[in-house]
Design a protein around this ligand. Structure first.
Ligand SMILES: [Zn+2]
Length: 281
């Protein structure tokens, strides 16, 4: 399966941590999304910010996020425009798999209103009943992203298979067996990673389970000082989050040759995976 790595939303610039062993430039944080070319359809993993976010940011995203993340809000970065520029028909994006429903992952959902949206049941339960009723949750979950009432396909955590030491891993309904949903809660109630068997091995999109590649460093984790503040501020359950992060670190230590792991917002990871030709923005 061919995989395209896309940035669907540049945000505030971040400097690499001083512990980096190689020189890295300061870059805007990204919304790292995947476009998977399956036999009969396109499948996306996370959607970044969408057209409504770019055109009506205050209503769609809210002032708190705009102030904190400083998104670029360039229509050319939306998943919809990038799918078009790659020469695909947006109608062929028939399935969206979301690591979670935070606003910077679900913004592109309304741009593909016909698509099925796969998400963990606990995440949908946490996000959707709240809109309009609990202002504090409206910071992370934005009703504009599901006002069109998407075709949700949800998964409960109890059943599943093992996968490289992770439990309750599920194939996605009516999708190729090369795509797996891996419960990885802690950042949010129903946060998941998504694994896809690409042409050159497994690719694991870990969403916001970690923010900075240094956190997976086997020789001693190197959390990014600023991004780590964000990780702590946005988590819903610390022991769960840190336990899952430890498992990701073990996966990276033991299977780096088989499984390539990416997170949602690390711009240096994205740059490593993007072919020059795919860098269309
Ligand atoms: Zn995020």
């Amino acid at each position: 399966m061919r995989v395209h790595h896309l940035n669907c939303g540049s945000m505030r610039e971040i400097a690499p941590d001083e512990s980096e062993r190689r020189p890295l430039p300061t870059k805007p944080a990204v919304c790292h999304c995947l476009l998977l070319e399956a036999e009969d359809r396109l499948i996306v993993v996370d959607t970044g910010l969408g057209l409504t976010d770019v055109r009506h940011p205050e209503e769609s995203l809210g002032l708190e996020f705009l102030g904190r993340a400083a998104p670029l809000l360039d229509e050319n970065e939306t998943l919809l425009r990038q799918v078009e520029r790659l020469g695909f028909d947006p109608a062929d994006v028939r399935d969206i798999v979301l690591t979670h429903l935070d606003l910077d992952h679900s913004g592109g959902v309304p741009d593909f209103p016909h698509a099925r949206v796969h998400v963990h049941q606990a995440e949908l339960d946490a996000a959707v009943p709240y809109h309009g009723r609990h202002p504090e949750d409206r910071i992370r979950y934005r009703s504009a992203h599901w006002a069109h009432e998407p075709h949700w396909v949800t998964y409960a955590e109890t059943a599943g298979d093992p996968w490289f030491g992770f439990d309750a891993v599920r194939e996605l309904r009516d999708l190729p067996a090369e795509i797996l949903l891996i419960p990885l809660a802690g950042h949010t109630a129903g946060h998941c990673a998504v694994a896809a068997q690409a042409d050159n091995g497994w690719l694991l999109h870990a969403g916001d389970a970690y923010y900075y590649h240094g956190e997976l460093d086997a020789q001693g984790q190197r959390p990014h000082p600023l991004m780590n503040v964000l990780a702590n501020a946005t988590e819903v359950e610390r022991p769960l989050r840190l336990g899952n992060l430890a498992r990701l670190r073990e996966l990276h230590r033991d299977h780096a040759d088989t499984v390539s792991i990416v997170s949602a917002h690390d711009p240096w990871e994205l740059a490593e995976h993007q072919e020059p030709a795919a860098d269309l923005v």
